[in-house]
Design a binder for this molecule. Sequence first.
Ligand code: NAG
Length: 199
Amino acid sequence: MAKRGSGSGAGALWALVAALCLAQPPPCRPLPPPARNLTEGRLRSRALLAALGGSLRQLQAFNTLGFECTLEELDLEDITENQINTIKACTAEHSGTGNCPALERSTFDTNKCLQGIYEDLKAYRAELKNFNNQKVLTTIDEMMKGLRFSSTSVLQPSSNTGSTFKDRMRLCSVLHAFRIRAVTINRMMNYLTSPESSL
Ligand SMILES: *[C@@H]1O[C@H](CO)[C@@H](O)[C@H](O)[C@H]1NC(C)=O
C-alpha cells in the first residue's frame, strides 16, 4: 500500500507497456525465421505432379484396378470444395470469366495461397492414406513438410486390404482429380517463384 502513492503513475505505465507487449508479441519477441523455401516448394510440386502421372500410367499399364482408369470415364468430385483450397486461396474469387480465374497481383496473398495448397495436400493425403504407392505418399509428405503449416501427424499407410470395386473407382477418381489440382499447384508455385510475383 505504501508504494502506491507516488509510484502509481509509473506503475500504470508499466502495466500499459506490459499489456501492449502481451497483446502484440511481434515487437517484444524475435520473429520466427522465414521458414519456407519456395524454390524447393516448386521443385517438390513438380515431383508430385510427376509421381501422380507415373502412378496413373502404372495403374493403366498393369490394369491394377481391373478397369481402365481414364479421365474420360470419370465424374470428378472435388474433395476440397468445402475447405480452403488452392483455387479459392490463390485466385480471385468471383473473377467473372469462366473457368480461368485471374490472379490479381494487388490482392494476392502468398501466405493464404500456400495455406490453400497445404490444405489440398492434406485432404488428398488423407484420402490416399491406403494407396499402395510410397512414392506418391512420400512426395506429398515432403511437400507438406516444406510448407510448414500447423503440424499434422503424418499418416502411415495401413495395409491395403481387399478393396471393393467402389473403392478402386474412387481411387482412380481421386488420383485424376489430384493430378489436375497438382497442375494448378505447380503453376502457382511457378508463379510464386517467378520474378514478377515479387513486383
Ligand atoms: C532453396 O532450395 C533450393 C533448391 O533445393 C536451393 O538451391 C536454395 O539454396 C534454397 N534457398 C535457401 C534460401 O535456402
